[in-house]
Design a protein around this ligand. Structure first.
Ligand code: PLP
Length: 434
């Protein structure tokens, strides 16, 4: 057996953009004994997690849960709604949009892959991988489709390979403005439960998500949130499906069960995750991630390195991509940081290989975890010989100290000591009280 703890001193810093660090509460919940998945206790759990997920997806409609990674839920969304040879319009925002397009083609769908066309000084080979979905391009393409050949529009909400989010409400508006009947399928595998998401309000037909990102669980379960139109499309969709078929799952879920063996212990974890997220309040969860992201971006700006996302309007609250100077292999920097500081960062994927790395700010985290991540990255960049314009660590500390979280941990008041940073400001590296 391989040694299970390769990190004898302190803990490993898992700062990839998923799988995210899992809170102890969730780990403990998953360590409970496995129960009979056909017994009465299980039904209560099944009903509870489905109801909680509906709140997180913001939907009144069914949410199918699969014992599979996110890729399985991508496939499920397509095979339940489409037929062989159907044309789907997909938008190339990055590596995950590209993988979904390949998967669709392998299933026998025709895919049309459109992308932002423009010049980018830092990444001339992947300009569209620095921006979100351009809804106007989708509208223009749908207007031309007078024969209504396009059956679905597929977009990624939070492109994990780039750290760019996309405006899903704008995509819905574009489809409606073109008066087109195409279904809207959205991958929010890394957006859900970290970034604002509204399945019903935004008119999404299928939202695909996974366990290992904002839900703070290990990998292994994934989701399809459905709409009435998606359920209607299922009745005539002719792509072969069995394991992924919604009909039996949705029917059995009504009583809290599944047609096959569900992932019992991950569902315990999901119950705990939902308690944590809904207990905190989704708006607070989203604000917390936005604040973390701004603190991490402050470091990148202080270093003087370009952020992968070129449009501040769509910066991801989940992760930040950093482009390394030409000639500096981002993967060599990552390896060095991993070896020296036991800190894992996300690699550059696909067209971005070697040109950038990704810092995750999701999962079980807090201000100090993120300052430590920034410190590890800053030391690694310096060791790799990258000239930095300034101290990212100082910039992140300033950001967090000067913009305290609304519910900043407030220890019992100690006489003469400001209980939270809201009572002091850091200027020039020194804490001053008003
Ligand atoms: N889509 C996005 C946006 C992702 O981030 C990922 C995984 O990171 C996937 C799809 C694929 O999911 P999985 O690796 O769980 O199959």
């Amino acid at each position: 057996m391989i040694p299970l703890n390769q990190h004898p001193s302190g803990r490993h810093f898992l700062q990839i953009p998923g799988p995210s660090p899992v809170p102890d509460r969730i780990l403990r919940a998953m360590s409970l004994p496995t129960i009979d998945h056909r017994g009465p206790e299980f039904a209560a759990l099944g009903l509870e997690v489905i109801a909680g997920l509906q709140q997180v997806f913001k939907t009144r409609h069914p949410v199918a849960i699969y014992p599979a990674s996110g890729t399985g839920a991508w496939e499920a969304a397509l095979v339940n709604t489409l037929s062989p040879g159907d044309l789907v319009l997909m938008f190339e925002t990055g590596h995950f949009a590209s993988l979904w397009q390949k998967l669709a083609a392998r299933l026998g769908l025709q895919t049309e892959f459109i992308a932002w066309q423009g010049a980018d000084e830092h990444l001339p080979n992947a300009p569209g991988w620095r921006r979100g979905v351009q809804a106007d391009l989708i509208e223009a393409r749908l207007r031309k489709d007078t024969e209504r050949r396009i059956k679905a529009v597929c977009v990624v909400h939070n492109e994990t390979s780039t750290g760019v989010t996309s405006d899903i409400a704008a995509v819905r508006k574009a489809i409606d403005a073109a008066g087109h009947p195409a279904l809207l399928l959205v991958d929010s595998i890394s957006g859900l439960a970290s970034a604002d998401y509204r399945h019903d309000e935004w008119g999404v037909d299928v939202t695909i998500s996974g366990s290992q990102k904002g839900l703070m669980l290990p990998p292994g379960i994934s989701f399809n949130a459905l709409s009435p139109r998606a359920l209607e499309a299922m009745k005539t969709a002719a792509l072969p499906r069995s394991f992924w078929a919604w009909d039996e799952i949705v029917e059995m879920n009504k009583s809290g069960y599944w047609p096959y063996t569900p992932n019992t212990n991950l569902l315990y974890g999901l119950g705990e995750s939902l308690d944590m997220l809904l207990g905190e309040g989704l708006d607070q969860v989203f604000a917390r991630h936005q604040r973390w992201a701004a603190g991490v971006r402050a470091a990148v700006n202080a270093w003087g390195l370009p952020i992968q996302c070129a449009d501040p309007a769509v910066y991801s609250p989940v992760l930040t991509g950093v482009i390394t100077p030409v000639g500096v292999d981002a993967d060599a920097v990552r390896r060095l940081i991993h070896t020296r500081f036991d800190l894992s960062l996300g690699t550059g994927l696909g067209k971005l290989k070697g040109r950038m790395f990704r810092m995750g700010h999701l999962g079980d985290s807090n201000d100090l975890t993120l300052i430590a991540m920034v410190a590890g990255v800053e030391m690694g960049l310096k060791l790799a010989g990258v000239a930095l314009a300034g101290s990212g660590v100082q910039a992140t500390m300033n950001h967090f100290a000067n913009s305290p979280a609304p519910d900043a941990v407030s220890p019992l008041p100690v006489e003469g000591v400001a209980p939270t940073a809201s009572q002091g400001q850091i200027r020039g590296g020194h804490l001053t009280t008003a």
